[in-house]
Design a protein around this ligand. Structure first.
Ligand code: GTP
Ligand code: MG
Length: 205
């Protein structure tokens, strides 16, 4: 399946989230994780494009950026999107944590709690660092909200096979999850497997 991605809008408050007229109630996939974990890079790897802004400065994504994915090719694509991707601002970076934490109750919490079409939360955790408390907090909150979620271990290209296995085991244990899917946006490793999970959401919707 080929998707043509179209940037929809950037939202910093719930009344700016795209309406049914823009999304056609297509299932939405949200990308969540700490600043710099690789959310925007992962969206680009999944789409094979540079639609999402990647930055070496943590905290660059400050709003929720919505993308509509249309089935087809650049010449001919469906009017209604098949899927929506939501790139969320990162959390947990000390320098901007005050402003970020102000943003959570303002629009990120309402987004996670109330967005009707939100079908899957992809939680990104860095395989190169020990399990983070802030990630555990988010994953626990999603579990409590009964939001379907999947944990993805990013930047797996930086680790050898053995070190990666160890890291994945530690992440599973710390976050209380059965699965952590290792991926790399650099080498595309794990991207196909992640697409399979996302396609599942579309079919069960
Ligand atoms: N080696 C490696 N580096 C990566 C990978 N994914 C992202 N990076 C790097 O990590 C940095 C942050 O990537 P982003 O995709 O902007 O991270 P983000 O989570 O969107 O960050 P914020 O928007 O600030 O929350 C960039 O320098 C990327 O090049 C990966 O799979 N492997
Ligand atoms: Mg980003």
């Amino acid at each position: 399946m080929t998707f043509v991605p179209k940037f929809l809008l950037s939202a910093m408050s719930p009344d700016h989230f795209p309406s049914e007229a823009r999304t056609a109630n297509a299932p939405e996939v949200a990308f969540l994780g700490r600043s710099n974990v690789g959310k925007s890079s992962l969206i680009n790897a999944l789409l094979g494009s540079k639609e999402a802004k990647v930055s070496s400065t943590p905290g660059r994504t400050r709003a929720i950026n919505f993308f509509a994915l249309h089935d087809g090719t650049e010449q001919k694509y469906s009017a209604k999107p098949s899927l929506i991707f939501a790139d969320l601002p990162g959390y947990g970076y000390a320098k901007i944590s005050r402003s970020i934490s102000a943003e959570w109750p303002k629009f990120i919490e309402p987004y996670l709690q109330e967005r009707d079409t939100l079908a899957l939360c992809i939680c990104l955790v860095d395989t190169n660092i020990p399990p983070q408390e802030s990630d555990t907090m988010l994953i626990t909150a999603l579990r409590q909200m009964q939001r379907p979620h999947l944990i993805v271990g990013t930047k797996a290209d930086r680790l050898s096979g053995n070190a990666l296995t160890k890291s994945v085991t530690a992440l599973k244990k710390a976050h209380g999850e059965d699965r952590v899917l290792p991926i790399s946006s650099k080498t595309d490793s794990g991207i196909k497997a992640l697409w399979a999970e996302i396609t599942n959401v579309m079919e069960t919707d």
